[in-house]
Design a protein around this ligand. Structure first.
Ligand code: DQA
Length: 145
């Protein structure tokens, strides 16, 4: 059986590499996808990286993952700090959930210090730049082994 992990990305992350590079760096979401695909092949995980600026789309993908994936890695972006609906959706998912933030949210504005998603996440990576996705994927490999 194939092990599939959804890597979900919230609002504005389509502009990764162009948006506030002093905070988020110069790498793009396509770079994240390439890194995760390559690492996934090494550790036997099929990854599906998705991004939307729409909260409802993220929720629909979480619902889809209930049947299609064994784990979810999610960078909910600003929805981290606002969305009970994303938390509720993640609470319908049975497998491991790992939360990723490219920046160190705890060093930034106080409104970024609270995460609804952390209530459900089995682990959180923040401030490792886009390397955080690979770290989360390695950890996911262990959790699903
Ligand atoms: C982010 C941090 C959030 O506070 C912010 O709204 C983002 C990206 C990160 O990856 O560092 O859009 O999730």
């Amino acid at each position: 059986m194939t092990t599939t992990v959804y890597i979900l990305n919230g609002p504005n992350l389509n502009l990764l590499g162009k948006r506030q590079p002093e905070i988020y760096g110069h790498d793009t979401l396509a770079d994240v996808e390439a890194t995760c695909t390559e690492l996934g092949e090494k550790i036997g995980i099929t990854t599906r990286l998705l991004q939307s600026n729409w909260e409802g789309q993220i929720i629909d993908w979480i619902h889809e993952a209930r049947d299609a994936a064994q784990g979810i890695i999610i960078n909910p972006a600003a929805l981290t700090h606002t969305s009970v609906a994303v938390l509720d959706a993640l609470n319908t998912f049975d497998g491991p959930v790992l939360e990723v933030h490219i920046s160190n949210v705890h060093q930034r504005e106080s409104f970024r210090h609270h995460s609804y998603v952390s209530q459900r996440a089995d682990g959180v990576v923040a401030g490792f730049g886009i390397e955080g996705y690979a770290l989360a994927l390695r950890r996911m490999g262990r959790l699903l082994a």
